[in-house]
Design a protein around this ligand. Structure first.
Ligand code: ADE
Length: 247
């Protein structure tokens, strides 16, 4: 799978050289290219922003460098070559919310490009124009405002990249984690079995796999009800057993 990231702070993306994503890159499971937006400018000052039409605080990113960068990336895209559109993700607090379901959907794509806006954002015409070559998706990490798209890209590339087969060593870890079934994950424990007067729940030491599964499921439900009741509202309770409905 291929990822391209355009930013005025390419160094911000350096953590994607580390850990599982870094290893997936060296193993050839994913290709990730970071582009400096300023290298697509034409003027001596390498200008990427200007004042907003209509007035107001802050600066807006100019369309020309973005068109140059995104045009080059689309032209080199394996999706374009196959007659399809790569996906252009534009991190923005005004986008659809990034979820595990969206991460799974995007992990099926062959090519994702990310346009990291800074200041007050990118001139809106860039997003309209880019639709000729890309499936454009403004995506938000959540209802809060970051200084730019880079931190959001770090989070999204990690969440999407780890779903690519082979990136996470044990694929079972993807099945039992938070959000994979719409619930938060159950609490986990390791040795020692007793620590600072706190014991690991007996059932986990019992070796009875049926009881362990029941304990974990019950705790998933309790934890989700306590911390994220909104998630329970989205689930079809007809799939729940009678005991589960009463948790
Ligand atoms: N850029 C600024 N705020 C953001 C957010 N919440 N999500 C994604 N990109 C952003």
């Amino acid at each position: 799978m291929r990822f391209d990231v355009v930013s005025i702070f390419p160094e911000y993306l350096a953590p994607l050289e580390l850990s599982l994503i870094g290893k997936a890159r060296t193993d050839g499971l994913l290709e990730l290219i970071v582009h400096d937006l300023r290298s697509y400018t034409q003027d001596r000052h390498r200008t990427v922003d200007d004042t907003p039409y209509g007035g107001g605080a802050g600066m807006v990113m100019k369309p020309e460098p973005w068109a140059q960068a995104l045009g080059d990336i689309a032209a080199a895209s394996p999706a374009t070559a196959a007659g399809r559109k790569p996906v252009l993700i534009v991190p923005s607090p005004a986008g659809e919310v990034f979820t595990q379901a969206l991460a799974y959907e995007l992990a099926e794509e062959e090519h994702l490009a990310f346009a990291c806006g800074r200041y007050e954002g990118i001139d809106e015409r860039v997003l309209e124009w880019a639709q000729e070559q890309y499936a454009v998706r403004p995506v938000s990490l959540g209802d809060y405002v970051l200084n730019g798209g880079e931190v959001a890209v770090l989070a999204m590339v990690e969440a999407i990249g780890r779903l690519i087969p082979g990136v996470v060593g044990n694929p079972d870890s993807l099945i039992e984690e938070s959000h994979s079934d719409g619930l938060l994950e159950y609490p986990v424990y390791t040795k020692p079995s007793s620590w600072r007067d706190r014991d690991v729940p007996d059932v986990l030491l019992s070796g009875n796999h049926g009881k362990i599964a029941k304990f974990r499921r019950e705790h998933q439900l309790r934890r989700t009800a306590a911390r994220r009741p909104d998630l329970l509202d989205k689930l079809d309770v007809s799939n729940f057993s009678k005991t589960e409905r009463n948790v």
